[in-house]
Design a protein around this ligand. Structure first.
Ligand code: MF3
Ligand code: CO
Length: 253
């Protein structure tokens, strides 16, 4: 069942997004500098979440011990923060955080190049992940079908010759980080449930420079491309309204 959020739930979800987005934007721009470890970034985010009274949804989830996933280069998602993982100029990094405020979640991820653009292909990959997310969001209007989102994302990514990861997907979100429905990033349009106002989804295209096949490291989390090609992942939490989609995780106060 897809939960339709009422007004008071949406007020809390908007606030969750408004509190989380500036933290993630700042982590990407000011904290994730060359020479910094991903564990340091995670610790900084943990402190910021506490400051705004948000609870991490990742820490404690299936035994996960961090508030963020920080995925570097060939790691597409679920990169585990580590003191040994030191960022260097040119690394393609995604910071992904899901946290709740008064019981309601916001989930978002941003992707960037450490030290700014070094390689054209890496910045193109990130731009296409971003445009695929935006095009998916545009489909979040009442009356569309769920798979209209999926098809739009896949079409955008493949138009540029990049791969779409199949093993992970976007999702409904609310009181829980993962609710129904699963929002896959590929498929044919016109299928699945009809979209209604009050549905909230976290869309998250995960894309690769090479083949889309991924494997999980022995830590049970780190998901990287089998061919070790570069990846990009971005995510926003979005509510469907009568007027169209409203992005909750791009509110920077
Ligand atoms: N934010 C991720 C998502 O979009 C979830 C990572 S939480 C973890 O689903 F615990 F699995 F790391
Ligand atoms: Co998510």
């Amino acid at each position: 069942m897809i939960v339709i959020k009422n007004k008071s739930a949406l007020v809390k979800m908007r606030q969750a997004g408004a509190l989380l987005s500036p933290i993630i934007e700042k982590a990407c721009k000011e904290i994730a500098l060359p020479g910094v470890s991903t564990a340091h970034i995670d610790a900084w985010i943990e402190k910021e979440l506490a400051r705004v009274d948000m609870s991490s949804k990742a820490k404690g989830y299936k035994g996960y011990r961090h508030v963020s996933c920080i995925s570097v280069n060939d790691v597409v998602v679920h990169g585990v923060p580590s003191k040994e993982m030191i960022l260097k100029k040119g690394d393609v990094v995604t910071i992904d955080v899901c946290a709740s405020w008064k019981g309601y979640c916001a989930d978002m991820a941003r992707c960037f190049i450490v030290g700014g653009v070094q390689e054209k292909k890496a910045s193109e990959l990130i731009s296409v992940a971003q445009s695929a997310l935006d095009i998916g969001i545009e489909k979040m209007v009442p009356g569309n079908h769920l798979s209209d989102i999926s098809a739009a994302i896949q079409q955008e990514v493949e138009h540029y010759g990049f791969g779409v990861v199949r093993d992970f997907a976007g999702h409904g979100i609310g009181k829980r980080m993962h609710e129904e429905p699963e929002v896959v990033n590929y498929g044919k349009p016109g299928k699945g449930p009809v979209l209604l106002p009050g549905m909230v989804f976290a869309l998250e295209p995960m894309i690769t420079l090479g083949d889309y096949k991924i494997e999980i490291d022995r830590d049970g989390w780190t998901a990287r491309t089998v061919d070790r090609s570069l990846t990009a992942h971005v995510e926003d939490t979005v509510v469907i309204t009568e007027q169209g989609p409203q992005i909750l995780t791009r509110i920077v106060e």
